[in-house]
Design a binder for this molecule. Structure first.
Ligand code: ADP
Length: 260
């Protein structure tokens, strides 16, 4: 296949891209995109790697907002889209191709072809690592991505809540089925530290992700609290690892980057 260096089991290796890491979750709204964005920027800034970020969240692409990119990508001579750089990360999102407020009402085959375009139709250049913000869940779209790309590993994001962890387990099992190694679990929204008294509140429960990780023989590679700065960073398009690089949460994202 033109543009690919090797065909291997479980997917095609993207030319020039050394490693592809999927950031996945069983459930939506647990902070998968937030983790993917902060991880990608931390990998670029703290680990001095050449990093790409692919937003494959077909029904809710957040990367244009979170990385403050509001234009469409240019196309090169081979009709491939050129990623848009933001905070030192080469970004591509399905959101670049649709109108901002338009609902994405696609049937399965359209989702599949959009995902193919996002992977094969992009001129990624030389990257040490491509972080993929996966669609949430364990359906066709996730399988297509896992099989389209030769994934080096997957990072599973969950909150400590049982309903999220049950779905996270499904995610782990899906990757096992397609023989993608799990790099670890990230617990997001671990706790909320009261800004007045400093007392932590375990809003979504305590210790659930560590327990699940232990039961599944996985590593817990990060615990990210609920923080206003994280949410503001998402909405303002300036990830917290950029706006407050020395904060505790940015250090926590830095540790996740080191561990993966
Ligand atoms: P997903 O990709 O799993 O659907 P998002 O990353 O889009 O989830 O996060 C959902 C919402 O929660 C976003 O509005 C985001 O700003 C917010 N959020 C995620 N993680 C945190 C956190 N640790 N602290 C505060 N807000 C968060």
């Amino acid at each position: 296949v033109r543009g690919y260096s090797a065909v291997s089991r479980g997917g095609l290796r993207l030319e020039g891209v050394k490693d592809v890491i999927a950031v996945a979750s069983g459930k939506g709204g647990v902070g998968k995109s937030t983790t993917a964005v902060n991880l990608a920027v931390a990998l670029a800034r703290n680990c001095q790697l050449k990093v790409g970020l692919l937003d494959a969240d077909v029904y809710g692409p957040s990367i244009p907002t979170m990385m403050k990119i509001h234009r469409k990508p240019d196309v090169d001579g081979d009709s491939k889209m050129i990623p848009i750089e933001s905070y030192g990360v080469q970004c591509m999102s399905i959101g670049f191709l649709v109108e901002k407020d338009a609902p994405i009402v696609w049937r399965g085959p359209m989702v599949m072809s959009a995902l193919q375009k996002m992977t094969r139709g992009v001129s990624w250049g030389n990257l040490d690592v491509l972080v993929v913000d996966m669609p949430p869940g364990t359906g066709d779209a996730q399988l297509t991505m896992s099989q389209n790309l030769k994934l080096s590993g997957a990072l599973i994001v969950s909150t400590p809540q049982d309903v999220a962890l049950i779905d996270a387990r499904r995610g782990v099992q899906m990757f096992s089925k397609v023989e993608v190694p799990i790099l670890g679990m990230v617990e997001n929204m671990s706790y909320f530290k009261c800004p007045h008294c400093g007392e932590p509140s375990f809003i979504f429960g305590k210790g659930g992700t560590l327990k699940t990780a232990n039961e599944m023989g996985l590593k817990l590679v990060g615990e990210i609290p609920i923080e206003v700065e994280i949410r503001e960073g998402c909405d303002e398009g300036v990830p917290v690892v950029v706006s407050a690089p020395d904060s505790t949460v940015s250090k926590a994202y830095g540790e996740v980057a080191q561990k993966v």
